[in-house]
Design a protein around this ligand. Structure first.
Ligand code: ADP
Ligand code: MG
Length: 285
């Protein structure tokens, strides 16, 4: 295909040999399938700040690291420099989260550079070598649903042990590779210890997974993995290989329950809007 303007520099620099086509365009980015030497990779091109939708909300930004204290002070003000610093911090967040999680053994695509606002990463593939479908696009048996749900709970624990909460985990941001689920789309990932919303976001992430797999294995719906995981994390005893029960009796100390319910409700409304938007796009096509 004709080389999109935003990928030209990477082609000129020899990082990309060929742009093969565009994958699904999401809310925040365009993702292209590209060839680098013999291998296929994905190039994720972030939309300009004003064309993105909801996720640059202050909710996610708290506890983020800036390049230096000057940047941090500027970001707090509404100056042009401040806005640029915020934008830079937002763009760097995904590549940094992917690297950190990759080192922690979380199932995320390996990155191969972040140049001019374009992230190069491994393409997640299905058994045929084609781009893997999203969880939302596959149907699974009850046994598979239980297995994948358990795997996702382990991934959530590993992310938390690495200090991060995904913050937008859903069936749209998990790809079904030939080797099981792989997590993508992390620009909004939040610091587990530095962000006051971390508990609510973690509970919502887990709730999204449980709701989705609960469609295929209804007994999952009565599990309490989210509160259990957060409780163990706060007590300082959560380890990447902690065995979970899915049960939780007590109360969470630091999570405001009404806030959590509100966040889950927001997520459900957002999910329904997204479904309606996708349906409308299908009807138009
Ligand atoms: N590493 C990857 N391998 C295969 N497909 C990918 C990869 N990254 C993104 N995609 C595809 O591109 C879509 C959008 O990417 P995503 O990171 O979720 O951005 P957005 O913020 O736009 O949702 C995904 O739903 C998926 O279909
Ligand atoms: Mg996405």
């Amino acid at each position: 295909m004709k080389i999109p303007a935003r990928l030209q520099v990477l082609c000129d620099d020899g990082l990309i040999d060929e742009v093969i086509g565009q994958l699904m365009s999401g809310k925040e980015a365009q993702v292209y399938m590209v060839r680098c030497g013999e291998v296929l990779r994905c190039a994720k091109v972030y939309k300009e700040a004003d064309k993105r939708s909801f996720r640059q909300a202050t909710q996610y930004r708290e506890g983020r690291k800036f390049r230096n204290s000057r940047s941090e002070r500027a970001a707090g003000k509404r100056s042009r420099f401040g806005q640029q610093e915020l934008e830079q911090a937002w763009l760097n967040a995904e590549v940094e989260a992917l690297k950190r999680l990759g080192r922690a053994g979380v199932r995320v695509p390996a990155t191969h550079g972040f140049v001019d606002g374009v992230l190069l990463m491994d393409m997640v593939c299905d058994a045929e070598g084609d781009p893997a479908p999203r969880l939302n696009d596959v149907s699974v048996s009850p046994e598979e649903a239980r297995l994948y749900h358990a795997q996702m709970m382990t991934e959530v624990v590993k992310m938390l042990c690495a200090g991060l909460v995904h913050g937008d985990l859903s069936e749209f941001n998990v790809l079904m590779s030939a080797r099981g689920p792989v997590i993508i789309d992390l620009p909004q990932a939040v610091s587990a210890s530095g962000n006051n919303q971390a508990a609510s976001l973690l509970l919502r992430d887990v709730e999204n997974m449980t709701r989705y797999f609960g469609r295929f294995a209804p007994e999952l719906r009565s599990t309490q993995y989210g509160p259990e995981i957060w409780h163990l994390y706060e007590k300082g005893v959560l380890k990447p290989d902690t065995v979970l029960s899915g049960r939780f009796e007590g109360r969470l100390d630091n999570a405001d329950v009404s806030e959590v319910l509100r966040v889950i409700e927001d997520a459900r409304a957002e999910y329904e809007r997204e479904q309606a938007r996708r349906q409308a796009a299908l009807d138009d096509a």
